[in-house]
Ligand binder design. Structure first.
Ligand SMILES: NC(=O)c1ccc[n+]([C@@H]2O[C@H](COP(=O)([O-])OP(=O)(O)OC[C@H]3O[C@@H](n4cnc5c(N)ncnc54)[C@H](OP(=O)(O)O)[C@@H]3O)[C@@H](O)[C@H]2O)c1
Length: 215
């Protein structure tokens, strides 16, 4: 039985935890305030779920989702995530996260920052461009015509396969944008960020994405 750990159990974390439980996974959820503040969500999720500290959730997960405001990425525990697939849903909003020079000058990407912080983990960017509510309403079985697709990016091909399988179980096709460095193609203000897209449409959006410097 695979366990999915969650660092962050807000809008996206709670929705992905629901999808995980619905698809037979165990989940260990965490937030910044402590496990006792997650009692209602644990009760809703049922016996496959428990709450823990971020460190324990990281340790318990076979796969771990990091879904916190980007400004807090440096507090994600490093050692318990070594060797693991880490799914990064995070986006950069300077008004929320403060200015990060390497993102402002586009010399790196959000998921590369997390990968740098977690050098022994296999970071895969995913679920960053879909509204939280749609995670549980837009999924459809594999093979459905016009099925919604979501972008992944990552430097480890095996880790990407793991996440593609998860996406498929959760009801979505996937489109591989390439390495983490290409993740900017699905950042805020790009054509694919937000709207419902099929795989074909999303590939077109990725190709049409522009750097801030070129807008
Ligand atoms: N909302 C969306 O539709 C959406 C869609 C795609 C991607 N995203 C991105 O995904 C990330 C999460 O978004 P969200 O909307 O789910 O945010 P959110 O509702 O504000 O939830 C953030 C979660 O992270 C937890 N957290 C904050 N700092 C933490 C830390 N240092 N250690 C452990 N947990 C911590 C919070 O816990 P406390 O409440 O205890 O502080 C909360 O559970 C963001 O980067 C966002 O841009 C959001």
């Amino acid at each position: 039985m695979t366990t999915i750990g969650f660092i962050g159990a807000g809008k996206i974390g709670s929705q992905l935890a629901r999808l995980s439980v619905q698809n037979g996974y165990h989940v260990v959820i965490s937030n910044s305030r402590g496990p006792e503040t997650l009692a209602a969500l644990v009760q809703e999720l049922g016996p496959q779920a428990r709450a823990a500290t971020a460190r324990d959730a990281a340790r318990a997960g076979d796969i771990v989702v990091v879904t916190v405001p980007l400004k807090n990425y440096r507090s994600v525990p490093v050692e318990p995530l070594a060797g693991k697939v880490v799914i990064d849903t995070n986006n950069y909003y300077p008004q929320r996260d403060g200015h990060i020079a390497a993102l402002d000058d586009e010399s790196t990407t959000t998921a590369e920052l997390l990968q740098e912080h977690l050098p022994l983990s296999k970071v895969v960017k995913a679920f960053n461009h879909i509204y939280a509510a749609e995670l549980t309403t837009h999924g459809q079985p594999a093979g459905t015509k016009h099925r919604r697709a979501l972008v992944i990016a990552g430097d480890d091909p095996e880790a990407k396969q793991t996440v593609e399988k998860l996406l498929d179980q959760f009801g979505f096709d996937s489109v591989d944008a390439g390495p983490l460095a290409e993740g900017w193609r699905i950042q805020r203000d790009t054509p694919g960020y937000g709207p419902r897209r099929t795989a074909t449409e999303l590939r077109r959006d990725l190709a049409a994405a522009k750097r801030y410097a070129d807008m």
